[in-house]
Design a protein around this ligand. Sequence first.
Ligand SMILES: CC(C)(COP(=O)(O)OP(=O)(O)OC[C@H]1O[C@@H](n2cnc3c(N)ncnc32)[C@H](O)[C@@H]1OP(=O)(O)O)[C@@H](O)C(=O)NCCC(=O)NCCS
Length: 158
Amino acid sequence: MEYHEVDTGELPMALLLEADPAKQRIDAYLAGSWGFAAREGNEVIGACVAGLIGERTAEIFNIAVAPSHQQRGIGSGLLHFVLTSLAGKGVYRIELGTGSFGHQLTYYQRHGFRVDAVVKDHFLTHYPEPLMEHGIQHKDMLRLSLTLEPTISAPSGE
Ligand SMILES: CC(C)(COP(=O)(O)OP(=O)(O)OC[C@H]1O[C@@H](n2cnc3c(N)ncnc32)[C@H](O)[C@@H]1OP(=O)(O)O)[C@@H](O)C(=O)NCCC(=O)NCCS
């Protein structure tokens, strides 16, 4: 498995739609964002889009692994690569929105994300179809954040 920073145009739309069913919203955040890919051979099987929303604050807008490749550690490897890459770009705070229950929430928490706020009714007002998981409808969105450790570059020329 290889992880790379890529042009957002190289990320398969089908993969991005796994995390966010609204193509119009995806198109809006692709421009000007950073793209990251998990590749097996020539195939992109994991994708992530992140962009600046403040001076040193980035948001992860989208992260997804192809359904047939999930639960193999690729999502965790990709998220770790993204966090390390963003730290290298001088980002110190990362934010994102996710559902209020389910494996996505624990996936982010395992990487150190903490809950900042609840956006009540987000999935009711922004999604045309009910978003179900384990027979429960997603209604509220959690805003999560993570503060990154600064990366210290080794002194050069010694
Ligand atoms: C969230 C996502 C990127 C995780 O990718 P992944 O490659 O499956 O992740 P990993 O294999 O590294 O697993 C991470 C954890 O999630 C758990 N997990 C992943 N898929 C799961 C599933 N369908 N049901 C239950 N647990 C699941 C794993 O067991 C693992 O738990 P652990 O840390 O306790 O071992 C992937 O599920 C996905 O693409 N989902 C659809 C898009 C999406 O929801 N994106 C996030 C939007 S907020």
